[in-house]
Design a protein around this ligand. Structure first.
Ligand code: ADP
Ligand code: MG
Length: 406
């Protein structure tokens, strides 16, 4: 386990997990920062949110179900088309300098560092035949990076929305989801599914997005936490484990093996009732991996049903059961995440789970507003007592998806 690294110097490109989140700027302020940088007003400003996955972990690549919601932390981009083939890009993050790229030479070599996200989207759109020439772009994001809240998809979706509007391409939100995913897969090189971009583009305020990763069909599910005096607290443990990438690949491989031995196309096709039989066909470790996916898919469906019935205050046990399954069966938790979950529950949270790929990153806790201070204090104290780095704790609420704001 290692603590996330401190910001790199501007010269080294970008990135910086764990650094403080810059303050929110309104559309006019983003526009003013653009103008101060590039000497003219932007053609418009677009925002797209990060996301929290409420439940449904590692089910996406098993063609199963997920239930993310967009959060009230966004990437905002101000963009102007230039009329030549030069792209100039600046992020407000840290101490970045303007990056200048000749679009006629756009290739995987010239899409490096943080600009791989916006330029990757431009590259994919151009591959699809959308005519995009030179542009100036200013990015300001309040989504913490590398905390499992998908700061990368927020950038992709804001940029995709901007160029969709500016080019008149008229792509649907579902098509933009795939543009963002292709940028992430083919340019950045991260083998991610459609979860993050779907949450960022398809959400509306007070709702979660129930997504079927096989059919890519989605449905908005009411998640009005404020109406029930509830909030979701994110506990960013600020740790990444050295084996996170290898662990992710190994879990995918176990799932593929499980599906192959059980003779199904994907673990989505295995029901809970099939598990006793599966236990006899699989080695113990693969069986536990399979059991997580199968029960997690069911928990997503159950969560959607409970939200439609008793409402959000009744989903806590499903969240906590999801965590236990990831800890014991899928084995992707870590001491920091377990401590965050256990301490939140002991201090009044209705449910809690790690969220994201695992081996570090963030946990979420569903908390009655009256218990917020107690949960925060409890977690901070428990981390100090255990000798862990101080976590970052903040509330998020289900927010509006990507849109033009100026
Ligand atoms: P996550 O999406 O979980 O936050 P990723 O590793 O997928 O983590 O994406 C983080 C990367 O996105 C950063 O390393 C950086 O390249 C880019 N990024 C995120 N926020 C910003 C920002 N405000 N400015 C520039 N680049 C950013
Ligand atoms: Mg990401």
């Amino acid at each position: 386990m290692t603590e996330r690294q401190q910001p790199e110097s501007p010269a080294s490109g970008f990135p910086v997990p764990g650094a403080p989140v810059p303050g929110t700027l309104g559309p006019l302020e983003v526009s003013a920062r653009f103008t101060a940088t590039f000497g003219q007003e932007p053609d418009g400003v677009w925002t797209a949110p990060g996301r929290v996955n409420l439940i449904g972990e590692h089910t996406d690549y098993n063609e199963g179900f997920v239930l993310p919601f967009a959060i009230n932390r966004t990437a905002a981009v101000a963009v102007t088309l230039r009329g030549d083939s030069t792209a100039r890009l600046l992020s407000s993050y840290g101490d970045q300098a303007v990056v200048t790229v000749d679009l006629s030479t756009l290739s995987h070599d010239t899409m490096q560092g943080w600009t791989a996200y916006p330029l990757g989207v431009v590259w994919v759109l151009r591959q699809m035949g959308v005519a995009i020439g030179g542009f100036d772009l200013f990015l300001h994001s309040t989504v913490p990076t590398g905390a499992g809240l998908s700061s990368s998809a927020a950038i992709e979706c804001a940029v995709a929305s901007a160029f969709n509007d500016l080019s008149g391409a008229g792509l649907t939100a579902n098509e933009l989801v795939l543009v963002g995913q292709r940028a992430e897969n083919e340019v950045v090189g991260a083998p991610t599914g459609i979860l993050d971009q779907s949450a960022s583009l398809l959400s509306t305020e007070g709702h979660a997005v129930f997504l079927d990763c096989r059919t890519q069909e989605s449905k908005l599910v009411p998640l009005d936490l404020a109406a029930e005096d509830l909030l979701v607290l994110v506990v960013d443990t600020k740790v990444t484990h050295a084996h996170a990438t290898g662990g992710y690949a190994a879990r995918r491989a176990s799932c593929e093996l499980g599906a192959e031995v059980l003779g199904v196309h994907a673990l989505r096709d295995v029901a809970e009732a099939d598990l006793p039989e599966a236990a006899g066909l699989l080695d113990p470790e693969t069986f536990r991996r399979v059991r997580h996916i199968v029960t997690e898919d069911q928990r997503v469906l159950d969560t959607v049903a409970v939200l439609a019935g008793a409402g959000p205050s009744a989903i806590g046990t499903l969240l906590t059961a999801s965590h236990a399954s990831m800890r014991d069966d899928f084995e992707i938790s870590c001491p920091e995440l377990d401590l965050a979950v256990d301490t939140a529950l002991a201090n009044g949270a209705l449910g809690a789970r790690m969220t994201g790929g695992g081996f570090g990153g963030s946990a979420i806790a569903l908390v009655p507003a009256a218990e917020e201070a107690k949960v925060r204090d409890g977690v901070v104290r428990a981390f100090a007592k255990a000798g862990f780095a101080a976590p970052d704790i903040f509330a998020v609420s289900p927010a509006e998806g990507a849109r033009r704001v100026l």
